[in-house]
Design a protein around this ligand. Sequence first.
Ligand code: ZN
Ligand code: ZN
Length: 219
Amino acid sequence: MAGDYLQVETMVVGPLAVCCYLVYDPESLEGVVIDPGGEAEKILTRVRELGLRVKWILGTHGHADHVAAAGEIRQALGAPYALHWADEEFFVHGPGAGVFLSWGFPPNPPADETFEEGRTFPLGPFHLRVLHTPGHSPGSVCFYDDRRFLFTGDTLFVGAVGRGDLPGGDYFQMLRSIREKLLVLPEDTVVFPGHDYGDRPTSTIGREKRENPFLNEEF
Ligand SMILES: [Zn+2]
Ligand SMILES: [Zn+2]
């Protein structure tokens, strides 16, 4: 029933085809933009069509393909852009700052706010909660609404997991994060990944537990 759940709209943006999500309360129209990796105008047009009041612009992690348009979008909407502190440190001020320049991305916009494990972002009667899931990058997070939806960035894909070989990454730490923070969630939790790499755009925790070949090894 409308009103029982957050609404989710997916837009595939940027040269690396990132899934940018508009997540909003259908009553108050309060929302967030998750992973605005590019094509700011396309995202802004949809935000305006839906009449959303965007309260935060959130990055699942600091890789430029996920946050490259955050600066332009915050300027247009006047909403703060927020990232986990560890990725802000690594990719804006630290050794990861140059990683994506060679791929043709601009430097990351500095975040207006940083967050850590457990931070919540209220949207009407709902909220999104930060689960810190390091491994793909030091500050990789997933956003969970405590009811049904999980936005996993590049940590967990449909039928796959993220890379652990990029600067600041640790493959086995990522697998531990998935096991300890994500696979413990209810089986019907819907997984919205950062890229559509699987046989379908979304999945569930139960299906990934049973069928994701990367999660069926001992680790
Ligand atoms: Zn990434
Ligand atoms: Zn990515």
